[in-house]
Design a binder for this molecule. Structure first.
Ligand code: SAM
Length: 354
């Protein structure tokens, strides 16, 4: 019943894919097909939609509008991408300029990758296909890599020839990359495998996270840890390793870390450990202030998980699964449970790592 109540409150989020259509074209299509724009929190029927207050180019529809939207030519021609609000935060916060050299460390199926590409082209005076910047998209899993390439091509983000996008996919384990080979990289998205515990509505996340195990919290191991505790500990170690590796990229200025987990062990705890790592100290990594991390978003980090590091809680973003709304009406802040932190680097003051 709780699950039903939460998903009923979650609008169907749609990102306008500006690699294929303009915002005006999408809004005109909606008007022609009798969809009416209403105020946020006023979506009462399947023919009503609202514009996100937090992320540009994102529209909210009634959850019952989904099947009709999936049958439109707008969807078929990839003018729109079905992408949850929370899943749009990372690329929006990373906000790479048109000429940025970006790495998406963990890309498949590529929703955030193509969002990055669209953000860069929107800032560029050049036509799509002539971007000054580029996104190198790593994915280590063979099957998921295939999905990534297919998806990038469909939405117009793949750098195939002079008339397409700016994303170069590479089937590769991010942890085997040598940061020194990527001296020009300035921005990075890090959305590693996680427990997926924040996912309420699997519609968009099904593909994003189908590498995730189903966790049960029932079996106790010899150590006294439950299966869930052990898995969260392992995931936390892996996620920390990924951030520490990212910190070593010499030209990097901004890293956005995200999970679709509600567990502090994968979120605030990982961020705090990363801030205390050798790499953070030597290269001068810190958290970006709230003013640079969607300041209008009301739900920040869990203060209980931050202990003495209360500054961390303000700087990071959490999404409460299903949002904070009540009753059956779709709520404009309702989305899957999610976490985002944005690390930035000031000039290193100490001897760089050997
Ligand atoms: N960012 C994606 C999106 O929005 O569509 C979802 C990413 S999903 C949460 C994590 C992905 O990272 C999985 O496809 C997984 O196979 C991949 N992955 C995990 N560890 C990796 C590594 N060390 N190097 C490259 N890819 C990795």
């Amino acid at each position: 019943a709780l699950y039903h109540e939460m998903t009923a409150r979650m609008p169907r989020w749609i990102r306008i894919n500006t690699l294929r259509a303009t915002r005006d074209e999408v809004l005109a299509w909606l008007a022609e097909h009798s969809y009416a724009q209403v105020e946020a929190d006023e979506i009462g029927g399947v023919k009503e939609f609202a514009v996100s207050k937090h992320v540009q180019g994102l529209l909210a529809f009634h959850p019952k509008a989904t099947s009709a939207l999936l049958q439109t030519e707008m969807y078929r021609d990839n003018w729109i991408v079905m992408q949850d609000l929370a899943s749009c935060f990372p690329a929006y916060i990373l906000d790479p300029p048109a000429d940025a050299q970006v790495v998406d460390a963990t890309s498949a199926p590529g929703n955030k990758t193509s969002h990055l590409s669209a953000i860069m082209f929107a800032k560029s005076s050049r036509r799509i296909g002539q971007s000054e910047g580029r996104v190198v998209a790593f994915e280590r899993d063979a099957l998921r890599y295939k999905t990534l390439v297919k998806r990038l091509a469909a939405v117009g983000a793949l750098a195939k020839d002079a008339t397409t996008g700016n994303v170069i996919p590479e089937r590769r384990d991010f942890l085997t990359t040598n940061p020194a080979d990527f001296g020009d990289v300035t921005h990075m998205l890090l959305d590693p495998s996680c427990s997926g515990s924040g996912i309420v509505n699997r519609l968009d996340f099904l593909k994003e996270d189908d590498d995730v195990d189903e966790l049960e919290d029932t079996v106790a191991a010899e150590t006294g840890e439950t299966k869930l505790q052990r898995r969260l500990r392992q995931l936390g170690e892996f996620q920390l390793l990924m951030i520490r590796h990212a910190f070593k990229f010499p030209g990097l200025r901004k890293v956005v870390y995200s999970t679709c987990s509600v567990h502090a062990q994968e979120n605030e705890a990982v961020v705090i450990r990363a801030l205390h790592s050798e790499e953070a100290d030597k290269f001068g990594w810190r958290l970006a202030p709230r003013s640079e991390v969607i300041p209008t978003w009301p739900v920040r980090g869990d203060p209980d998980a931050c202990g003495k590091e209360q500054g961390v809680a303000e700087s990071v973003i959490r999404c409460i699964p299903g949002g904070k709304g009540e009753g059956d009406k779709p709520h404009v802040e309702a989305c899957n449970g999610f976490f985002v932190a944005c690390f930035v680097k000031h000039a290193p003051t100490k001897r760089p790592l050997e």
